[in-house]
Ligand binder design. Structure first.
Ligand code: HEM
Length: 456
């Protein structure tokens, strides 16, 4: 199957002349339309209003984590058959190719922060398969700081600015870590020589979580995914990274873009580690605990395929910034496990996407599955309609209660008031309305009928 990605559609620039967002030609992009040479600008200048209005809204919230990142398009090719392990169609045969979009990122910093921070790196891959998208939303480290999603917002806040000083704060960071000792495995990786990758091409990617692969009998096995860099691992020392943060804060973004642009395509060899559910019970740790790795000796890496990045985005905002990865995007044959962190993430990502990009985030071309979407979300088929109450005696009961409270005089004035208006209506309408009064109380109808008679 060969896919044409929606982002391959002709861009405005390839259409020739400048247009409004509505596609109309723009005759003058320098001077607003005015009432005479010295008069005010006119509201009929659609291009001006449209341009200002769009500008006023052109910022969307940055990602609450992983705000600084770089993306690239590429392809994943199956090199080894693992179809006995999973029914996922994109893994069904050697040589099969699937388009991917990858976004690498730092975690804690803001959108304009330095690429060379000592921080884990995000490693998010969107596979545009024929069964919809599979997102492998991992990091460059195989473990994580915490193992319960309840701690995630607190943990991330320790790396953001102190709410009072608006500065980074060593107390916040180390206070948290010293109270959450299960973080020590990841802290040791982060503070070691491996803590600052030298750009995005020279680092591995890991699912971190234990996911599941499901075969055609419906049996599952545990799996961890590994993306090993074919460029070799390279890291920066603290002494190199710190000055780079000042001289070239976009160091990793530049390195990735320039290498792809000159045809030096980076690639990763993709492996899985497989664990039978029975084997998992014998481990001396919980296989669903993301602070732990699986020993390679016992669970060797099984080769699966190769991922190559070969095309830069045409538009950073449209593609990289608006990309929305989620661990909940899974294809048949790849399934979640009871990993608590993963379960928290299954909720958190689509939720943040609805906020960050709006409820139609999945229709943005970079996020839309190439295999198409068939659902009832927009027209909302079926249950929308005019569902009336079924009329019953209950609907007349309270009106009768009120009518019965009235004195003789009040009842007569009521009937007279009604007849003043109703007498102007045609006979068949008068009869229909009299039937309504009758359902309330026959006396009510009789009084109105008598008043109508007087006006006939
Ligand atoms: C981004 C939540 C743990 C990897 C994000 C975002 C949120 C989030 C809200 C922003 C997404 C967006 O705006 O598009 C959480 C929660 C976690 C968690 C609640 C734990 C309960 C993890 C773990 C990993 C990870 C354990 C790696 C194994 C990533 C990556 C991104 C990301 C790579 C950036 C995706 C991109 O490039 O768009 N996370 N996260 N997160 N997270 Fe997590």
């Amino acid at each position: 199957m060969s896919f044409q990605h929606p982002s391959d559609a002709p861009s405005i620039s390839s259409l020739g002349s400048l247009t409004t967002s509505n596609g109309n030609p723009v005759h003058n992009n320098q001077t607003s339309t005015t009432a005479g040479p010295t008069g005010p600008v006119l509201i009929q200048d659609f291009h001006l209003i449209d341009k200002l209005a769009h500008f006023d809204r052109e910022r969307i919230p940055e990602r609450v984590v992983h705000a600084k990142g770089a993306g690239a398009h590429g392809v994943f090719e199956v090199t080894h058959d693992i179809s006995d392990l999973t029914v996922a169609k994109f893994l069904s045969e050697v040589g099969k190719k699937t388009p991917v979009f990858v976004r690498f990122s730092t975690v804690g910093g803001e959108m304009g922060s330095a690429d060379t921070a000592r921080d884990p790196r995000g490693f998010a891959v969107k596979f545009y398969t024929e069964e919809g998208n599979w997102d492998m939303v991992g990091n460059n480290t195989p473990v994580f700081f915490i193992r319960d999603p309840l701690k995630f917002p607190d943990f991330i806040h320790t790396q953001k600015r102190n709410p009072r000083t608006n500065l980074g704060d060593a107390d916040m960071f180390w206070d948290f870590l010293s109270l959450v000792p299960e973080s020590i495995h990841q802290v040791t990786v982060l503070m070691s020589d491996r803590g600052i990758p030298d750009g995005y091409r020279h680092m591995n990617g890991y699912s971190g979580h234990t996911l599941a692969l499901v075969d055609k009998e419906g049996n599952y096995k545990y799996v961890k995914w590994h993306f090993k860099t074919d460029q070799g691992i390279k890291c920066l020392h603290a002494k190199e990274a710190a000055p780079l943060a000042g001289t070239d804060p976009d160091y990793a973004t530049r390195d990735l873009f320039n290498n792809i642009e000159k045809g030096n395509f980076p690639s990763w060899s993709v492996y899985v580690q497989i664990v039978e559910p029975e084997q998992a019970k014998k481990l001396d740790f919980d296989i669903l605990d993301i602070t732990k790795v699986l020993p390679h000796k016992e669970f060797p890496l099984i080769p699966v395929g190769k991922m190559t990045l070969n095309r830069n985005p045409e538009n950073y905002f449209a593609e990289t910034e608006q990309s929305a990865f989620s661990p909940s995007n899974m294809v048949p044959g790849i399934a979640p496990t009871a990993d608590r962190m993963l379960q928290g993430r299954l909720f958190s990502y689509p939720d943040t996407h609805r906020y960050r990009l709006g409820p139609n985030f999945a229709q943005i071309p970079i996020n839309a599955p190439l295999s198409g979407v068939n659902n009832h979300q927009r027209g909302v088929f079926g249950d929308i309609g005019t569902f009336d109450y079924t009329l019953s005696d209950v609907d007349f009961k309270q009106a009768n209660g009120l009518f019965s409270l009235f004195t003789e005089d009040e009842k007569n004035r009521l009937a007279s008031n009604i007849a003043d208006g109703l007498s102007g209506a045609q006979k068949f309408i008068q009869d229909r309305q009299l039937a309504v009064f009758k359902r309330v109380n026959p006396d009510y109808a009789a009084r109105v009928a008598a008043e109508l008679q007087k006006r006939a």
